[in-house]
Structures are given as C-alpha cells and as structure tokens.
Design a binder for this molecule. Structure first.
Ligand code: HEC
Ligand code: HEC
Ligand code: HEC
Ligand code: HEC
Ligand code: HEC
Ligand code: HEC
Length: 431
C-alpha cells in the first residue's frame, strides 16, 4: 500500500468510527452502556488509528483509561447540569466560577479549583476528591496521598476504571445475587425506572461498579476487590440543581464496604472524625456498626436547621446528609429514589445506618476530603451568606456562587442565618 492509500484508509476508518460514535450517541441519554459493555469501538480504536489523540493501552482511543471515559462524560459549553456528564472543562472554570455538574457523585472539576484566604488558609484542588489520572483532560495524580489512605491502592493508577468496570461485567441476577457470567445484561440496574432481572436476563449492578475480584489490568499494584457493589438506586433524573427539590439516591446497603475495597483499614488506622470537644479519636461508625438507633433517628427527623427541631419524619430527608436504608430490596429502593420531593421520609430507627456517603461524595465536592458540606469551619452559613465577605474563613475562600453550587444550588434561606455543621442533623447538641 502506498502512503496515500494508507492515509485514505486511515481517513476512512476515522469517518467510520466517528459515524459509529455519532450513531451510538444519537441514542441520547437513553443508552450507551445499558448496564454492561457498550459498543466496543466507542472506546477502542482497533487498528491504532485513534481519533482524538495518541491512543493508550488496550488499543484505547485516548491516551489513558479515564480520558476514554471523559471523552463522553465531559462536555464543552454545557449550560448547566447535563445528563451523564461528571466533569466541567478547566477552561470553563475561571476564578470564582464553580463547576456545572450536580450528579450524586459530584463534578471532578472541583479538583481544578484551589483556594487561599486570609487569615491564613489553603484548600488545594487535589484535596477535593478522587484525583483520576486523565491526561487529555488535564487531571493528574494526587500529590498529597501516594496511596489510598487506609489502604494501598496507588494514587498514580487511580482512574474511572479503578472503581467502574469499563465492560460492566458485574450483574444483578434474578435472585438478587451478583455475578459476572450468568445471564446477559438487559439494561442498567442503577435507576428507578431500570428493569428488574428476570429469567432471561440480568441487569447491571449500581453504576457499573467493580465487584468481588475486580482489578483493572492496566494498574500495577491494584488490589482485587473483596466486596461487591452496593444495593443503591438513583432517580432517573439525577444530574440537576436542588434549588427547588432534592435528588434522593436510595442508598440501601453495602456502600461503605465497597469503599473499603481500597480503604480497608478504615476502622483501624485512618480518619479521625472528632466532634468538637468530644476528644474521641476513632473512625466514625459506618455500615452495620453505624446503626442510627432511636435517639439519633429522632434527631435526624426533628432537625430542620440550627435552632429548629420542629421537623417530621415524613419530610426530614436531606440529600446533603443521606443515610443507608439498611435494606437490599431493590423494589423498595426504587420507590424511594425520587427527584421531585415525593418521598422525603427520614430514617427507620431499626434499619438505617451511617455510610461513607453520609459525609462524602464518591467523586469530588466543593470541600476538602470530598465532604458534602464544609466540615472544616464552624459555620456553613453566616449572617445569611454561604460566603460572608467579611469572614472568608467560613467558606474557605469560595465565592457565594461557588459555595452555593457546592450545596447543589440550594437557596441559603433553607438554613439558619448562622448555620453550624450538618453533623448536627444526627448529633444536635448531644456530644
Ligand atoms: C466504555 C469504554 C469501553 C468499551 C465500550 C469497551 N471497552 Fe474494552 N477496554 C476498555 C478499557 C478502559 C480497557 C483497559 C482495561 C484495563 O486496564 O483493565 C479495556 C480493555 C479491553 C481488552 C483488553 C483486556 C486485557 O486483558 O488487557 C479487551 C480484549 C477489550 N477491552 C475488549 C472489548 C470488547 C470486545 C468490547 C465490546 C464488547 C469492549 N472492550 C468495549 C474500555 C472499553
Ligand atoms: C460513547 C460515549 C461513552 C463513553 C466512551 C463512556 N460512557 Fe459512560 N455513559 C454514556 C452514556 C450515554 C450514559 C447514560 C446511558 C447509559 O447508562 O447507558 C453513560 C452512563 C454511565 C454510567 C452510569 C451507568 C448506570 O448504570 O447508571 C457510568 C458509571 C459510566 N457511564 C461510566 C463510564 C466509564 C467508567 C467509562 C470509561 C471506561 C465510560 N462511561 C465511557 C456514554 C459513554
Ligand atoms: C479503587 C480504589 C478506591 C476506591 C474503591 C475508593 N477510593 Fe477513596 N481513594 C483512593 C485513592 C488511591 C485515594 C488517594 C488519592 C486521592 O486522594 O486522590 C483516595 C482518597 C480518598 C479520599 C481523600 C480525598 C482527598 O481529597 O484528599 C476520600 C475522602 C476517599 N478516598 C473516600 C472514598 C469513598 C467514600 C469511597 C467509596 C465511595 C472510596 N473512597 C472508594 C482509592 C479508592
Ligand atoms: C473512587 C471510585 C470512583 C471513581 C474513581 C469514579 N467513580 Fe464514578 N461513581 C462512583 C460511585 C460510588 C458512584 C455512585 C455515586 C452515588 O450514587 O452517590 C459513581 C457514579 C458515577 C456516575 C453516575 C452519576 C453519579 O454521579 O452518580 C457516572 C456517570 C460516573 N460515576 C462516571 C465516572 C467517570 C467518567 C469517572 C472517571 C472520570 C468516574 N466515575 C470515577 C465511584 C467512582
Ligand atoms: C460522619 C462523617 C464521615 C463518615 C461517615 C466518613 N467520613 Fe471520611 N472524612 C470525614 C471528614 C470530616 C474528613 C476530613 C477530616 C479528617 O481527615 O478526619 C474525612 C476524611 C476522609 C479521608 C481523607 C483522609 C486523609 O488522610 O486525607 C478518607 C480517605 C475518608 N475520609 C474515607 C472515608 C471512608 C472510606 C468512609 C467509609 C468507610 C468514611 N470516610 C466515612 C467524615 C466522614
Ligand atoms: C446520619 C447520622 C450521622 C451523622 C450525619 C453523623 N453521625 Fe456521628 N454518629 C452517628 C451514629 C449512629 C453513631 C454511633 C452511635 C452513637 O455513638 O451514639 C455516631 C457516633 C459518633 C461519634 C462517637 C464515635 C465513637 O466511637 O464513640 C462521634 C465522635 C461522632 N459520631 C462525630 C460525628 C461528626 C464529627 C460528624 C460530622 C462530620 C458526625 N458524627 C455525623 C450518626 C451520625
């Protein structure tokens, strides 16, 4: 073949691949992975003719695994939260402007936002969540942690596929068990409208997460997972502003254990969560050892905001402080995964439990350690502002717009004029 023929063939292949990709995308938000392995050529360039860049391991179209995902999961010029997008491009994040996506896991764009304020403080971008390595999108490894705190997973190998199986092999079968190989996957199992597994087909596990034995091939030093993905269901419309109604993911059980696939020594060596003045220095109870019980469930249900304990259990749910229901029945969870405030019931004292995601977001957040609210200052609202001009320490240098976005665009008026930490949703005064 002459040089020109090679060029033509290359061009033809890109056209074919691009057309295929457009066809794949034309399905809109309806489907790509469908709970399992999506169209191979959306991620793989079979003959090394990569469309967007130099090509990575396993004949990937992009130079690394996360970039292959962000090619679809980040958009340019989104006007606001957009379906399955989980990242805002760095050039759309000038000083003072927050990331746009509001998915339950959070927008990785917060990793690009660093803050300093006076009197003396610093909150570096890399502290705001999981630093996925995605060179095409200017994300690089965490410079603070060389490995997962409380574990050994290498930070320089952290990517989307550290947590999500790119081929979505884990599936929920008809009896509720999780496997990689029984029935074909008929659709996503993550959403309120997802199909139920039946005799002929299984559904994907929550968010295509890796389960027992999962380990990306391209990461050396990764530890195979010992725990399966959690029972959890998201509302169909999960990437949205919570200015008027909340986005309720029904976390059922197993999320904390799943996080401990990489943070295995959580209860032993890491993570001192100290309520001010309590002097306690153990890791916070989670999962089965973090059952809320009557007293704490009652507090959760009554707590509306600082100084207001008039809440009712039928309307006490707060997506900034979610709990695990302590159940694995997917039909029940589906009934609670809503984004229209039709189900705001609080915790059941006998089953509900604390989870890592009570305090953290899975991807990233506007605050240090990917917490759902700012756990490092005394007030999250002061004098009626998230970011009072005279006290930059309360919002740690964020603008009002950034702090509001970090609270998923809730109006500040839903909190007290001087609102203290949301630890109080469960512990109000009892410490
Ligand atoms: C959503 C993106 C995506 C899709 C769709 C996808 N793959 Fe992959 N594939 C990957 C990534 C990322 C890797 C690298 C995995 C790793 O490092 O463990 C990979 C690796 C592979 C490997 C190499 C595994 C090894 O042992 O090194 C094969 C083979 C493969 N994919 C085949 C397929 C086939 C066949 C399909 C279609 C049914 C497909 N892939 C669809 C992203 C994808
Ligand atoms: C060709 C575009 C494309 C690529 C490449 C792609 N995705 Fe997706 N992804 C989508 C679309 C569209 C959806 C929403 C519909 C669906 O779930 O099929 C989605 C949904 C998801 C979901 C939610 C699934 C659920 O069950 O609710 C996860 C998690 C996800 N993607 C992870 C990844 C990861 C990890 C990669 C890289 C290995 C990746 N995606 C690559 C288009 C893509
Ligand atoms: C595949 C392994 C893996 C899994 C699973 C995992 N993590 Fe991590 N985590 C890491 C690594 C590696 C780091 C250190 C690199 C970094 O902070 O970016 C880290 C860091 C963190 C940090 C510190 C972030 C910061 O900004 O300093 C928090 C908080 C965290 N993880 C919470 C969680 C939670 C909650 C879950 C479950 C939803 C979870 N992790 C699941 C690997 C993992
Ligand atoms: C440390 C583990 C981890 C990493 C790394 C990670 N995810 Fe996720 N992801 C999760 C978990 C857990 C959820 C479910 C979050 C929830 O329901 O609160 C999730 C949810 C999602 C969803 C559904 C929307 C949402 O936010 O709930 C998409 C899409 C997604 N991830 C894509 C990605 C992409 C793309 C990357 C890489 C750029 C990535 N994830 C990296 C753990 C991870
Ligand atoms: C009650 C709230 C709460 C719960 C539950 C919780 N965390 Fe945290 N976590 C925090 C706070 C607050 C910080 C930041 C202060 C600190 O480092 O102690 C933090 C910090 C972290 C860090 C960063 C540590 C470092 O050295 O930078 C990791 C990793 C982490 N948490 C993982 C987890 C995992 C995994 C779980 C579940 C097994 C979990 N957390 C449960 C509140 C919580
Ligand atoms: C969803 C409810 C919930 C939230 C939110 C919550 N906790 Fe807890 N906390 C519990 C439960 C349940 C226990 C265990 C039962 C008990 O000690 O009464 C607990 C126990 C504790 C303990 C005692 C731990 C021990 O080993 O004795 C401390 C300290 C603590 N929490 C601090 C915090 C801090 C700080 C925050 C905010 C960053 C927080 N909690 C947020 C529910 C919660």
């Amino acid at each position: 073949m002459g040089v020109d023929e090679v060029k033509q063939l290359t061009l033809l292949k890109s056209v074919l691949l691009t057309t295929a990709l457009v066809l794949v995308m034309a399905g809109g938000s309806s489907a790509f992975h469908d709970g399992g392995a999506g169209s191979c050529i959306a991620c793989h360039s079979l003959h090394g003719t990569d469309i967007a860049s130099t090509g990575g391991p396993s004949l990937l179209r992009e130079q690394d695994t996360s970039s292959s995902c962000l090619y679809c999961h980040q958009g340019t010029g989104d006007s606001g939260p957009t379906s399955y997008h989980v990242s805002t491009p760095v050039n759309e994040l000038p000083l003072g402007v927050p990331p746009k996506q509001l998915t339950p896991g959070g927008d990785f764009g917060w990793l690009k936002k660093s803050y300093t304020w006076s009197p003396g403080g610093e909150s570096r971008g890399e502290q705001h969540g999981h630093n996925i390595v995605a060179a095409d999108f200017l994300y690089s490894a965490d410079g603070i942690h060389a490995a997962a705190p409380g574990g050994s997973y290498p930070a320089d190998g952290l990517s989307c596929i550290s947590c999500h199986d790119p081929h979505g092999r884990y599936r929920r079968d008809i009896g509720g068990s999780i496997s990689t190989s029984v029935n074909p996957i008929v659709g996503s199992g993550s959403l309120a409208s997802s199909p139920d597994p039946g005799g002929i087909g299984s559904v994907g596990v929550n968010s295509l997460l890796g389960g027992k034995g999962y380990q990306p091939k391209s990461v050396s030093g990764a530890v195979p997972f010992v725990n399966d993905p959690p029972a959890a269901v998201a509302p169909d419309d999960y990437n949205r502003s919570e200015a008027t109604t909340q986005t309720r993911v029904a976390y059922g059980a197993g999320m904390s254990e799943w996080c401990m696939n990489c943070h295995s020594d959580y209860s032993v060596t890491m993570h001192t969560v100290v309520a001010s003045g309590s002097g306690t220095s153990a890791a916070h109870p989670v999962g089965a050892s973090g059952l809320l019980g009557t007293a704490i469930a009652d507090t959760y249900n009554a707590y509306v905001k600082s100084g207001d304990l008039t809440g009712l259990s039928s309307a006490s749910y707060l997506s900034l402080v979610p709990f695990e229901e302590g159940i694995t029945v997917i039909t029940t969870l589906k009934g609670r995964a809503r984004s229209d405030d039709s189900v705001l019931s609080g915790p059941d004292a006998t089953t509900a439990q604390v989870t890592c995601l009570t305090c953290h977001r899975a991807h990233a957040s506007g605050w240090d350690s990917a917490t759902r609210w700012n756990t490092k200052s005394n007030f999250i609202v002061y004098g009626g502002y998230y970011a009072p001009a005279a006290n930059p320490e309360y919002a740690q240098g964020r603008t009002e717009a950034e702090a509001a976005r970090a609270y998923y665009d809730r109006p500040v008026s839903m909190f007290a004029l001087n609102q203290d930490s949301l630890c109080n949703k469960c512990h109000n005064g009892n410490y």
